[in-house]
Ligand binder design. Sequence first.
Ligand SMILES: *[C@@H]1O[C@H](CO)[C@@H](O)[C@H](O)[C@H]1NC(C)=O
Ligand SMILES: *[C@@H]1O[C@H](CO)[C@@H](O)[C@H](O)[C@H]1NC(C)=O
Ligand SMILES: *[C@@H]1O[C@H](CO)[C@@H](O)[C@H](O)[C@H]1NC(C)=O
Ligand SMILES: *[C@@H]1O[C@H](CO)[C@@H](O)[C@H](O)[C@H]1NC(C)=O
Length: 722
Amino acid sequence: MRTFGLLTFFAAVSSLIAPVLGSRQQRHRGSSTGIAGTAAPGAPYWLQSIKHQGIAAFNANPSGYQVFRNVKDFGAVGDGVADDTAAINNAISSGIRCGQGCDSSTTQPAVVYFPAGTYKVSSPIIAYYYTVLIGDAHTPPKLLADPAFAGMAVIDADPYIPGGGGAQWYVNQNNFFRSVRNFVIDLTRTPVAATSTGIHWQVSQATSIMNVVFEMSTDPNTGHQGIWMENGSGGFMGDMVFNGGKFGMWVGNQQFTVRNVTMNNCNTAVFSMWNWGWTFQGVTVNNCQVAFDLMTGGLTPDNQTTGSIALIDGYVSNTPILVRSSVPSNGSLHGALVLNNIHLKNVPTAVTVSGGTTVLVGSTGTMKIKSWGQGNVYTGTSSVGTFTQGDLAVPYKNHDLLDSAGRIFGRSHPQYENFALDQVVSVRDHGAKGDGKTDDTAALQAVFDEFAGCKLIFVDHGTYLITDTLRIPPGSQVVGEAWSVFLGAGRKFSDQANPRVMVQVGEENDIGIVEISDIIFATQAPAAGAIVVEWNIHSYTKGGAGMWDSHIRLGGAKGTNLLVSDCPSGTVNEACSAAYLALHLTKKSTAYLEGTWVWTADHDLDSGGSLQITAFSGRGILSESQGPVWMIGTGSEHHTLYQYNLIGAKGHYLGLIQTETPYYQPVPALPHPFTPSRRFRDPTYLQGQTSAWAVNIEQSHDILIFGRVASQVARPAAYNRF
Ligand SMILES: *[C@@H]1O[C@H](CO)[C@@H](O)[C@H](O)[C@H]1NC(C)=O
Ligand SMILES: *[C@@H]1O[C@H](CO)[C@@H](O)[C@H](O)[C@H]1NC(C)=O
Ligand SMILES: *[C@@H]1O[C@H](CO)[C@@H](O)[C@H](O)[C@H]1NC(C)=O
Ligand SMILES: *[C@@H]1O[C@H](CO)[C@@H](O)[C@H](O)[C@H]1NC(C)=O
């Protein structure tokens, strides 16, 4: 999230070292593809009809607080005629919620649901902090901007305060926990020349937009734009289509991952104002003027402009220019570009500079850019880069990571839109309380044991206290509600000399699918012995073992014993330990992680004002997996020893990965308060090293990192070893 000094690295790496393969003796449990949906044609999405019994356990009034809100219950009509703005905003804001002046809160979550229909709006839908806006996944509703629409955007995630001189509701780098899913946003009735905007998305980690279509004017002089984002620290978005518009996406943000987007008939598909690094995976652009227009030239941290863009698996047709930057890239902190597997059809100019020379000629016929880059290329252990502009060595891609067309495989967040109501079971209906106090270990285990592989397991919003290892068996399909929390607590997780798994996804040798979405894994301090998630499951179906929009959040929230009153910044208290290891992908596992933020809180989300805390988590993500592993839009921050550690690993695609070291380092000095472990394959440290490893990779091969951003507070380098 927040950083002051900065250091950006950008790397596409494929390293070859001898493989280390374990023997496989695995057991099959559960099906290989998941349950088939049996919803009747025309039936509403199951989420609309299930019992709504989520509770916000740490809310001031849990029994009176409503988590799930159907906009129609608040008076929205959805007939395309009535103005539904007030009703929708009322659905979002009712009860005490985290709006203007609140900064952040984990105790006032909401799912705001839109049944199929057309909802006319005349001013912004204001998406409060910790709000998930979900349309019927089967028949996405339309949000229709009225011809007289006034305001920033149809959906606004961080409003400007009128007359506030640029002041906003939320701090852009701390604007976490939001999602927008399953909508058509239609701007075509607004005046052609107006700067009508679909979504103002100025957000940070643990955010997503998915399955959204933006309809905009195709007039060459239109001012419409799909997404407008001026800053933030994200994030993931994907599965979007932009039709028409001056800009599909107008974006500035420290870092972001975008997967599977299509732009048709936009003037400019993507305009990039500033960034440290963005990864675009699977982009299709048809009939635009420019696919990627990059503002470059700023050389100071307060005028960063576009640092780097990585584009993999692109299809661009009938578009005069693929990439244009405002000044030539020259090895300074801007305009780095990697193009990998880009197919052009009638794109005469591939890479160019505004009003300047063509850097890479395109083709009026067809052309494929296998691997091309501009920027500094670093080799060996040298920290001195060589400015390069031209073809790069084509990195090897492990076949297991690719789809049938040779692209990096991708799988959208499953929404089970064809499931019938009786295919969904609620954990609260089966004895789990989710009240943050009751020990739910046995109740949850019973639900998983009974329903894995036969029902969709719905974890109603709540905080489910677990005091011993919870086993998620093969076949499990698990869906949370605005990030339902599994909270590990008690003495079994408190001893770093005896680390213990909190949530075990499959046991060693288990084969089958596991799908987890919208869940947070957290702990209650002291928890220096918690291995928060151990991932053992192996799926032969690509993307069959995965997590979407699910996060590991350590400290900083009510219920964790790690608020500013417990562990203020500057104190060194070993009881302020939140984890031993956050996420462990074991040798035989496969994993598809999309939008996963593994965060040790550096500030308190529940006391107002982003007050800094000092919480300790030993290790971020450890992977020993033999692959395939996809980490698409993941981040790992503020862990004591390392953020990512790949040891004896094989067949991984990581793009983009974001890291930050703990803010408290170098005091206490590494590795305090943890003791390095051989069993958990901790990296060794360089003499004089004062902060955690960002990324450590050893004895691994076929590791492809496509976009990486590392930063920390005004302090020398995140060290890297490959
Ligand atoms: C965010 O972006 C806006 C628009 O470019 C700019 O005015 C503002 O200063 C930025 N805020 C921060 C905190 O960088
Ligand atoms: C890409 O997104 C579209 C929706 O825009 C969806 O139908 C399709 O399944 C997605 N493809 C992948 C590979 O995620
Ligand atoms: C790169 O270009 C900028 C102007 O855009 C200039 O200020 C800077 O000195 C150049 N750096 C190098 C290394 O040539
Ligand atoms: C930032 O850099 C860009 C590109 O060089 C330049 O056009 C712009 O004026 C600069 N802005 C500021 C505030 O310095």
